[in-house]
Design a protein around this ligand. Structure first.
Ligand code: PLP
Length: 444
């Protein structure tokens, strides 16, 4: 084997070299085109090679790329914080900029804990979360994550596995059916709070729509109102992890808009800079900041690149592009077109148990038997087979861990919000071919 130096996700696998991207396509150095139906890792929301963003990047680089946040502020960072607050549910958010979704959720966790410390309640220092969740790969974020596979190697260093039940109606962990269940999964949070003691709990974190740990799992419409009531009743801050759902992806600027709830804190990443530079943020409501402003006046967190003007300028240009090209509306309209096409496709493919999602965050869940919803044995690696076969055909889709504890198979379909109907038709044709061939492989 040729000596290599770059550590890639799977070390004995060949990764094609991408030369350039344009719109929803990436092109490798052999001339092969890939339809990016996953926006990378649900990131490239406005598509590849957008000239306006490159221009904004260059314009800022010609002024200054980096200033240290402990010494200076910058116009792009100030403007970006205001723009995010103005477009967030109910407004009145402060922004703390970081570089990745993991840093954003960890920062939100730290600010929530600091909030209670400054209020003279230092015992409130745990952050609750759900099974079937993913909040990031760094230790603090992984501690909050109910992603069994990603935790496995680091268990001794992590908090115990998150415990609250996920709102996973397709295969309810509480064996109930909506609406007869009366949101038992939300009430489960209260049971957990009582068991642990609200005096120990700073916050509860959840993804509005479950992403990598479940595959575009959409909770019932009234679920988050109940969650917020429970949190408020017990003085627990509610953190919405909008890293995957935020910035127009689901047909609303923020996923939580679908549920009519204003989170106390939010974590953003991915689509915020649409892959053009690393950029992420923790957004914090006024009332959460208040004791800190009246107390130590400083957040005990931050990174060298936090709030760097280069990434802030890029992110601002991305948000302007989303506004001027009406991409929230586009995600909604194209999302419903794609969802209908995928549902029609699924009717004739026995191994697709569920087609779900919102806007352009969609997924299929694969099952060995549609009526019993029985998952495939893990040894069959159905998700990987689909992702790999699609890749060979020039279609990029995103693997998710289906099932409450990662025992199922799901594949996320989340193309750039700029995708056309013709490109969606091509996407569905390639996806259908892929799933049919995998179905044949595993049955024959
Ligand atoms: N939170 C959610 C909901 C995510 O989907 C992800 C990444 O997939 C993260 C946090 C972590 O983001 P990053 O990979 O940028 O650290």
């Amino acid at each position: 084997m040729k000596r290599e130096h770059l550590i890639k996700p799977v070390l004995d696998r060949h990764y094609p070299t991408i030369e350039y991207g344009k719109g929803v396509f990436l092109y490798d150095d052999q001339g092969k085109a890939y339809l990016d139906a996953s926006s990378g890792a649900v990131t490239a929301g406005i598509g590849h090679g957008v000239q306006e963003i490159v221009d904004a990047m260059l314009e800022q680089a010609n002024k200054v790329s980096f200033v240290y946040r402990s010494q200076f502020t910058s116009e792009p960072a100030e403007k970006l914080a205001k723009k995010l607050s103005d477009s967030a549910p109910g407004g009145d958010y402060w922004a703390f900029f970081v570089n990745s979704g993991s840093e954003a959720t960890e920062t939100a966790m730290k600010i929530a804990i600091q909030h209670w410390q400054e209020k003279g309640r230092p015992g409130k220092n745990k952050v609750l979360s759900r099974r079937m969740s993913y909040h990031g790969i760094t230790m603090g974020a992984l501690s909050m994550s109910g992603h069994v596979l990603r935790r496995r190697r680091f268990i001794p260093l992590l908090e115990d596995l998150p415990v609250a039940s996920p709102p996973y109606c397709y295969r309810c962990p509480l064996n109930k059916t909506y609406p007869d269940c009366r949101l038992a999964c939300a009430d489960d949070l209260e049971t957990v709070v009582k068991r642990i003691g609200a005096e120990h709990i700073a916050a509860f974190i959840a993804e509005p729509i479950i992403g990598a740990a479940g595959g575009a799992v959409v909770p019932p419409e009234d679920y988050y109102k109940r969650i917020k009531e429970i949190c408020d009743r017990h003085d627990i801050l509610f953190i919405a992890d909008e890293v995957m759902t935020g910035i127009a992806r689901t047909g609303a600027m923020f996923g939580m808009e679908h549920f009519g709830v204003e989170p106390d804190l939010m974590a953003l990443g991915k689509g915020m800079s649409a892959g053009y530079t690393p950029m992420a943020a923790a957004l914090v409501k006024d009332h959460v900041m208040e004791p800190i402003l009246n107390g130590s006046k400083s957040i005990m967190s931050g990174h060298t690149y936090s709030a760097n003007p280069q990434s802030a300028a890029v992110s601002l240009a991305v948000l302007d592009y989303i506004d001027s090209h009406r991409l929230v509306e586009s995600a909604k309209a194209k999302g419903s077109y794609l969802l209908n096409r995928m549902r029609r496709m699924a009717e004739t493919i026995g191994i697709i148990g569920d087609v779900r999602g919102k806007g352009l965050l969609l997924a299929i869940e694969l099952v060995s038997d549609r009526s019993s919803k029985l998952p495939f044995p893990p040894g069959l690696a159905v998700t990987s087979r689909i992702v790999d076969k699609a890749f060979d055909k020039g279609l990029l889709v995103y693997p998710a861990a289906g099932g409450v504890d990662g025992e199922g198979d799901a594949v996320i379909v989340a193309p750039p919000l700029t995708i056309s109907e013709e490109e969606i038709d091509l996407l569905v044709r390639l996806l259908e071919e892929t799933v049919r061939e995998v179905m044949q492989e595993i049955s024959g």
